[in-house]
Design a protein around this ligand. Structure first.
Ligand SMILES: C[S@@+](CC[C@H](N)C(=O)[O-])C[C@H]1O[C@@H](n2cnc3c(N)ncnc32)[C@H](O)[C@@H]1O
Length: 297
């Protein structure tokens, strides 16, 4: 049955509108499915993120040490509360040094674990024959801690401390050791500090400051056996020369602590010391603090 031409046109127009509405509904259904998928993805991501943040929070709240580029969880740090260590550490931080760490905590560089290692090494060496030597003293942070920790006036040893006491000789700095950075450090941190160092150790008659550049200054004092050697000059050439000079003087069991050994941007120092150790059939142990440790067999 067919209607009038007018009715036929009306029906065709309505069918066309219906078709358009169907395809719009179908497009909207597709959009709805996409949106729902996105909502599901976002919900899942935020859940995972929340879990990750929660895990991160748990790690942070479980930190037992976080300073000087070293973070630990579940590690015993009872030494931090030991009054003997605390007093040694405070002496170290009160030497009047100008070195900055960027932690906004004034002169406290928060190098507790490094200082504790050096105190341990000196305590060990105290039992041995031989004197103590440090190459690279500045105002004497590490050595002040040791003098306090060991009550050095009761120790029948000399403690020789070598430094220019006016900064790193720039002609010893290799291209790969960032000469501009060393010049900046000299200007900012390592300026004339002899008088300060002298005052810091005047209560310890066993301490002898040897002013001058390593290695030229090394033979200017008569040193026999050595039980403890600290090397902290931030440059490979004098550090290697000091190691070569003192190694034959070190007693069996004597300990060498390399302060910068495992730090970024100190690779040339590490390579120079590794080469020496390997030539003697030895390995320097890289501590998580960044220090290197070598025991004379
Ligand atoms: C990082 S500071 C030493 C910090 C020191 N160990 C302390 O505990 O405070 C490096 C020192 O090495 C000294 N130094 C670098 N090269 C030297 C060289 N060839 N002879 C003597 N001293 C040097 C600098 O003058 C500077 O005081």
């Amino acid at each position: 049955m067919s209607g009038s031409p007018e009715q036929e046109r009306l029906i065709a127009a309505l069918e066309h509108q219906l078709e358009e509405a169907r395809s719009k509904i179908s497009a909207l259904e597709d959009q709805l499915i996409d949106a729902w998928q996105q909502v599901t993805d976002l919900r899942r991501d935020s859940l995972l993120q929340g879990q990750r943040l929660h895990q991160f929070d748990r790690v942070l709240s479980g930190l037992t040490y976080s300073a000087d580029g070293l973070m630990t969880t579940k590690k015993n740090t009872a030494f931090l509360k030991d009054p003997r260590f605390q007093s040694a550490y405070q002496a170290a931080m009160a030497t009047g040094h100008r070195i900055e760490s960027g932690n906004n905590d004034g002169p406290d560089l928060h190098i507790e674990w490094r200082i504790a290692i050096s105190c341990w090494a000196a305590h060990h060496a105290r039992q041995l024959d031989g004197d103590f030597v440090e190459c690279g003293t500045n105002t004497g942070m590490i050595s002040s801690a040791i003098c306090r920790y060991l009550d050095f006036n009761t120790v029948p040893k000399s403690f020789y401390m070598f430094d220019t006491f006016e900064g790193i000789p720039l002609d010893q700095v290799a291209i790969g050791e960032q000469p501009e950075m060393k010049a900046w450090m000299n200007e900012r941190w390592y300026g004339d500090c002899y008088e300060l160092a002298r005052r810091n150790f005047e209560a310890f008659p066993g301490v002898q400051l040897v002013r001058g550049r390593v290695p030229e200054s090394l033979p200017t004092v008569a040193i026999g056996q050595v039980a403890y050697l600290s090397i902290d000059m931030n440059v490979a050439l004098p550090e290697r020369a000091a190691l070569e000079y003192f190694w034959p003087k070190m007693v069996p069991g004597g300990v060498v602590v390399f302060d910068d050994y495992g730090f970024e941007d100190h690779e040339l120092q590490k390579a120079a010391h590794d080469e020496f150790a390997s030539a003697h059939g030895l390995e320097i142990f890289l501590l998580p603090t960044g220090q290197g440790l070598l025991i004379k067999p």
